[in-house]
Design a protein around this ligand. Structure first.
Ligand code: SAH
Length: 226
């Protein structure tokens, strides 16, 4: 997109309108209240993170395919998970499952330092490009098995995983700082629960929330490659 061209500027304005409508109709109306999360959703252009043939569907109330059988999650689910992280803006965060980079962009507006890892290098490269194109240079992106976390930068104040595992992966729990929070879908391939785990004085407190459906986390702490 070339913002010096009137037609492109008009398009950007149209997307902006759709984005604000998405925040009202899909997030606020369903109870998302965290001002940091809502602000990030008002800023980040989702159309930069969906395949070009789906740009007109960028603000739909639905997950969208991003290739290789993976999906960019429904905006509401992303907002719900981010709200469960209770970010203040000062945290060091690990995101597992970069995918399109959309959630990476949202998170980078809500924390201090952000590391994001995906097992598929092509996604990481594409996400980097999309993030650069909107001026978000802050997140560190890596390729690798994020079901093992990313030990060299641990511990993390927050960990968010956008792929489902049968159990909470031990390495992720181990890489949580004191007071740290992990949010991820846990269950089987037909359905999962959004689980929130908090490390408090050496104990791990686990809370199960609403149902959801995510693609599988493939790796040592998840499922075997199909
Ligand atoms: N948050 C993403 C959605 C990603 S879909 C977005 O906003 O677009 C799930 C992603 O998890 C896929 O990109 C998939 O490659 C990745 N994934 C699956 N298993 C993984 C693993 N063990 N480590 C890192 N990434 C993994």
């Amino acid at each position: 997109m070339d913002t010096s061209r009137p037609a492109d500027r008009r398009k950007l304005k149209e997307y902006e309108k759709l984005r604000h409508r998405m925040v009202e109709e899909q997030l606020i109306s369903r109870g998302i209240r965290d001002p940091l999360v809502l602000r990030a959703f008002r800023i980040v252009p989702r159309e930069f993170f969906v395949p070009s043939f789906l740009k007109n569907s960028a603000y739909k109330d639905a997950p969208l395919p991003i290739g290789r059988g993976q999906t960019i999650s429904q905006p509401y689910i992303v907002a719900r998970m981010m709200e469960m992280l209770e970010l203040s803006g000062a945290e060091r965060v690990l995101e597992v499952g970069t995918g399109s980079g959309y959630q990476t962009a949202l998170l980078s507006h809500c924390c201090d330092v952000l590391y994001s890892i995906d097992r598929i290098e092509a996604f990481v490269k594409k996400a980097r490009k999309a993030l650069d194109s909107i001026g978000l240079f802050k997140p560190f992106l890596y390729t690798g098995d994020g079901s093992l976390g990313y030990p060299s930068k641990a511990p993390y104040d927050r960990i968010i995983v956008s792929a489902a595992a049968p159990l909470l992966p031990r390495p992720l729990i181990d890489q949580l700082a004191e007071g740290g929070v992990l949010v991820m879908p846990v269950g089987d391939e037909w359905g999962q629960k959004l689980v929130r785990a908090v490390r408090k004085e050496g104990e791990i407190i686990v809370e199960k929330n609403e149902g959801c459906l995510f693609v599988p986390l493939i790796g040592e702490g998840g499922w075997k490659e199909p």
